[in-house]
Design a protein around this ligand. Structure first.
Ligand code: FDA
Length: 300
C-alpha cells in the first residue's frame, strides 16, 4: 500500500512546480553554489560533525562536461583548504565520463585525487547502479595503486559485494558501506530488507577483518546498533570507522551518535543541478518522495 502511494507520488512529481520541489528539497541540498555548500559545512563542523561535499551532476553526454565538473571539484578542494573546514569530497564517476571513456575518467580522477593528496584531503567514489559497478571498481583499483587518499562505496543490497570485498582484500582499503539506493533486478540485488540488513552486518564485519577503514552510511537505527555491537565485539578503534548520514535526514539520530563520541560525517550535496538530482533520486527511490510528502503534510 505504501509502495503504491510512493509510486503515485513519483508519477505526479513532474507536475509539481519547480519552486515547490526546490522548497522541499532545500532540507536535503545545501544550495546552488559552493558558498552555500561551505556555509552548511561550517554549521555542521560547529556541531562537531564532519562533511563530505558532492557537486551535483551525473551521467553526462559530452566529455567536456567532465572537465567542467573536475574544475568544480578542484575549486571545492581549494575552498575546503582555504576555509580550513573539516570536509572531504564524494564523486560520481558517471559525472567524470565513466560511461563515455573509462581511461579519460581515470585521468580526470587522478588529477582530482592528486590535488586532494597535496591538500591532505580525501576523495570518496560514490557507487552508482549495477551497470557501473565493474568499471567503478576498476577505476578505484587504478587510483589505489598510486594513492592512499581514495575510497569507494560498496552496497549491502548487491549479491556480489562479498566477492568484491574478497577481491579487493589488501592494504589501505577505505570503504563506505550503504544499503544501496538504485532499483536493481532481483538477479543482482537482495529485495528483502531483512536480508539486506544481514548483508550489511556481514559485510561490515568482513571489511573490518580486512583492516579497512569504514564509513558506515545509514539512518537505520537497527543498523547503527548492529554496527556498534560489531565494533564493540571486534574492539575496532575510533580511528577505523565513522558513521555517515545524508543532509537533512534524522538529525536526532545524528546527534545521538555524535554525543556518544563517535565520528560522524554528513553528505552535503550542492550545485546548479539540484532539480535534475532531486527528480532522479525521487524516481530511483520512490520512498524518498514519500518522505517529502510527509514533510509537506507536517508543514501544513
Ligand atoms: P532505510 O532505507 O531503512 O532508512 C532508515 C530510515 O531513514 C527510514 O525509516 C527513513 O525514515 C530514513 N531515511 C532514509 N533515507 C532517507 C531520505 N533520503 N530522506 C529522508 N529520510 C530517509 N547509495 C548508493 O547506492 N550509492 C552511494 O554511493 C550512496 N552514498 C551514500 C552516502 C551516505 C552518506 C548515505 C547516508 C547514504 C548513501 N547512499 C548511497 C544511500 C543508501 O544506499 C540508502 O539508500 C539510504 O541511506 C537509505 O538507507 P538506510 O540505511 O538509511 O536505511
Amino acid at each position: 500500500m505504501v509502495n503504491i502511494f510512493n509510486k503515485m507520488v513519483v508519477m505526479t512529481m513532474p507536475l509539481v512546480p519547480k519552486p515547490v520541489v526546490g522548497f522541499f528539497s532545500r532540507k536535503y541540498i545545501a544550495g546552488d553554489s559552493l558558498d552555500d555548500g561551505i556555509k552548511v559545512v561550517k554549521e555542521l563542523n560547529s556541531r562537531n560533525i564532519k562533511a563530505t561535499m558532492d557537486v551535483l551532476g551525473e551521467d553526462i553526454s559530452e566529455i567536456s562536461e567532465a572537465y567542467a565538473s573536475r574544475d568544480q571539484y578542484l575549486e571545492t578542494l581549494e575552498r575546503i583548504r582555504d576555509e580550513k573546514v573539516d570536509a572531504n569530497v564524494s564523486i560520481k564517476l558517471s559525472q567524470m565520463g565513466l560511461r563515455i571513456d573509462r581511461q579519460k575518467c581515470i585521468e580526470i580522477m587522478t588529477e582530482i585525487v592528486k590535488k586532494a593528496q597535496e591538500y591532505g584531503n580525501f576523495v570518496r567514489i560514490d557507487m552508482e547502479d549495477v551497470t557501473a559497478t565493474d568499471d567503478t571498481l576498476h577505476v578505484y583499483r587504478a587510483l589505489k595503486e598510486k594513492f592512499t587518499n581514495v575510497g569507494v562505496v560498496l552496497q549491502a543490497y548487491l549479491r556480489r559485494t562479498i566477492n568484491d570485498i574478497n577481491s579487493l582484500w589488501g592494504q589501505g582499503l577505505n570503504f563506505r558501506l550503504c544499503k544501496g539506493i538504485y532499483i536493481e533486478k532481483r538477479q543482482f540485488a537482495y529485495k528483502q530488507m531483512r536480508i539486506i540488513n544481514e548483508s550489511f552486518a556481514y559485510n561490515l564485519r568482513k571489511m573490518f577483518e580486512a583492516n579497512a577503514y569504514v564509513g558506515i552510511a545509514t539512518h537505520d537505527e537497527y543498523i547503527v546498533f548492529k554496527a556498534l555491537s560489531i565494533i564493540d565485539e571486534m574492539k575496532i578503534p575510533k580511528t577505523m570507522y565513522e558513521f555517515q548520514m545524508l543532509l537533512g535526514v534524522d538529525e536526532e539520530l545524528r546527534d545521538i551518535i555524535v554525543n556518544s563520541g563517535h565520528n560522524l560525517r554528513v553528505y552535503v550535496p550542492y550545485g546548479k543541478q539540484w532539480y535534475a538530482y532531486s527528480m532522479r533520486r525521487l524516481k530511483e527511490n520512490p520512498a524518498v518522495a514519500g518522505h517529502i510528502i510527509k514533510d509537506i503534510l507536517r508543514f501544513k
